[in-house]
Every structure is written in structure tokens, then in C-alpha cells.
Design a protein around this ligand. Sequence first.
Ligand code: PLP
Length: 397
Amino acid sequence: MATTAAKSGVRLSSRTSHFVLPKQWASMRKAQALEKETGKAIIHFEKGDFQGDEFKPAPHIFEAAAKALTDGHVRYVPGPGLPELRDAIAEEATNRGRPTKREEVLVTMGAKHALTQSLLTIVDQGDEVIFPNPGYPPDEFWIAYAGGQVVYAPLVEPDFHFDLDSLKGLITPKTKMLILNSPQRPNGMTIRQLDEIAAIAIEHDITVLTDEIFSKMVYPPSEHTTIAAVDGMADRSVLVDTFSKTYIMTGFRIGWCVGNEELITTMDIFQQNSVTNVPAFVQLAALAAITGPQDHVIEQRNRLQAKRDKVVAFLNELPGVECPTPEGSFYVFPSIRDTGMTAQQFADYLVESYGVGVVAGSAFGDRGEGHIRLTYAAPDDVLEEGLDRIKQAVENL
Ligand SMILES: Cc1ncc(COP(=O)(O)O)c(C=O)c1O
């Protein structure tokens, strides 16, 4: 295989030629650098994580992790996951309407690793993968790494739905996969066209990779539903979810995916040859999370819903800003088009002049242009301070 020219005495693989630092993290890097340089505190709405003590895993999750460590669960364990955890996940997927057995579950290092392994196991050189625009950039990275072709499906504002006719128009004999993410990142909207999309996937023999990491962060009256539960989709879908968001376990690095047994057996071989297994003490913490009391999940959702409502109402009062109400996730994705700035200009202006980090929507694809993404899983005083600064920024334009 060809290699790129050596700059440091190590000749890199040609597959690294498309490697660039993730665009979505440019805002985080910039906010951190400014904080270091100026010593001024930046309000971090750019991170895709929880902030503050009100967002912590429930005590029984910590206790299970600590007990697992003191009990000596520090050795290698079976690659696909502890049987009792696989069973609990199978039950969760079954409850979502996709009847699932243990052999159809793989426990992974976060949803990201489930997505990575799915893409590297399914996508061949030359395959086309339909990908929502805006979407989740790490998926694009692995499609390119596998030699596949990313085919963008432009989502339609204001609720970022698929245009089904144009979706059909993107399909060619090379189309192998369609990626869905519901509730969607970065805009928090749920995809309501699951029956229609499933019919298209079945007609054209397309696998659907469905990223449902915000499944438990959907605010009533909206509800989460999965395409994996639609008739004919159980075997042609890969359902990905995580403990990161539902149980506030972002740093534990544990997620899962459900697919047909042949696929999961193949992905398990990938996993055993890469990370071997997810650490047993982390799996035991996840087992406590998924089998233990779920009231804290509902409490978290209610708290986030109250924050969402406040943030949306505040932003909609600002001149030049329009913020649809996201149905789920912990993001808002307001349009700032009427300010006359591009998303990146606006994000730079906010962080440089007002010390508020946000992500330019264009980091998620050109259909994100004209928007910024803010994470509102933060303490109320931080939210208030950040929103006040945004108000000043908009008023002083
Ligand atoms: C759409 C989407 N998928 C997957 C992930 C990865 O989640 P995990 O922490 O489980 O790897 C994220 C992280 O924020 C995400 O936004």
C-alpha cells in the first residue's frame, strides 16, 4: 500500500490522508485556548457533555462500579459483553418493539465505537452510504476510511425532516446503507417518517444504521420510536444506543448495538481484535444502571425539559434569532441567519467578544449553515449568564 511522505521518520498510511481534526471540536479548542490566553472564564455551551453537579450518575451506579473494582472484576471478560448485561440490553431493545436475544447484542466502548465497528464491518470500498446533512461527523470519517462514498441527504428545515422523494433519488445500485439519528444531533428533532423510510430500505435492500443515543431524552408529548421495530427492519437495521446520555455516564465509555446474529458475531471478532472487551467493572456499573431504578432518568429528562423551555423562549426574544423547539437531546439549534453573519463568524464573535463558546452549525454539514448549536445541560446560573451575554452580543451587532 502507498504511504504518505514521512515528516517525522514514520511513514503514515495513505488512509490517513483525509485525517483532519474534527471541525465540531474547533470551537472547543478555540474556547479553551482563549481561556488559557486571556485568563477569562468562558461559558461552555459548545461541549456535547453535561456540566455541573446536578448531572451525575445515580449513586447506585457509582456503588456498583466501586464494588466491581473491590470484588476484583479487573480481568479480561468475554468480548461481546457480560451475558447478564447483554440480556438486559436485549430486554430494552425488545421493549422498544425489536424482539432481541442475547446473541444479537454487542456491548461496545460507547455508541461511537458501535458506529465505528458497524461501518467498518458493513461498508466496502465503493459502497455508497446515505448520510443526513447536518449529521454526526465521525460517521463520515469511518465511511471514508472504509473507502465508501458519503452521499448527503439534505434535511429540510425547520424540523429537519427527510425529503422522501429526494432521498429516493439518491439511491443507486451502490447504496449499501442509510444512517439515521433520532432524536437528531445537532438539532434535537425526532424523525417521524420511519415507516416510509423503512419501506424504501426494504425495497432497495439497504441496511439502516440507527443512532438512538438520545432515546431517553425525548420530551413529552413527543415519544421515541425506533425504525428497528418497523416490520421487516429487525434484521436489516443496526440499533445503536449508549449509557453516556441516559445515565450521564459519558466518561465510562460504554454503549451497545443490536443487529442480526451474523452481524453481531462478525462485529464481535472486530471488537476482540481491537479493544478485546469493555472493562468488566464498567459493564457492571452499566448493568446496575439499566436494571436499577429508572426514576432518576425521568428526573433528568424533566430537568432538561425545563432548561430547554427557558433557553428556547429566551433565544426567540432576541432580534435575528429564531429557535425551533427541539423534541429531544440537550441541544438547541437556533437560526442566526437574520444577523447577517455566517455560523462560524457568529460563533467566533460570541467566543472572542463575549466569552461564550458555541459550535457553528456548518461543522455538521452545509445544511447546518446559518445555525449555532448550544448545549443546555448546564447549571441554571451558567445558562443565565451565557444567555445574557448572547443577548448583549446580538443587541450590539
Ligand atoms: C449522534 C451521536 N452519536 C454518538 C455519540 C457518541 O456517544 P458515546 O459517548 O456513547 O460514544 C454522540 C456523542 O455525543 C452523538 O452525538
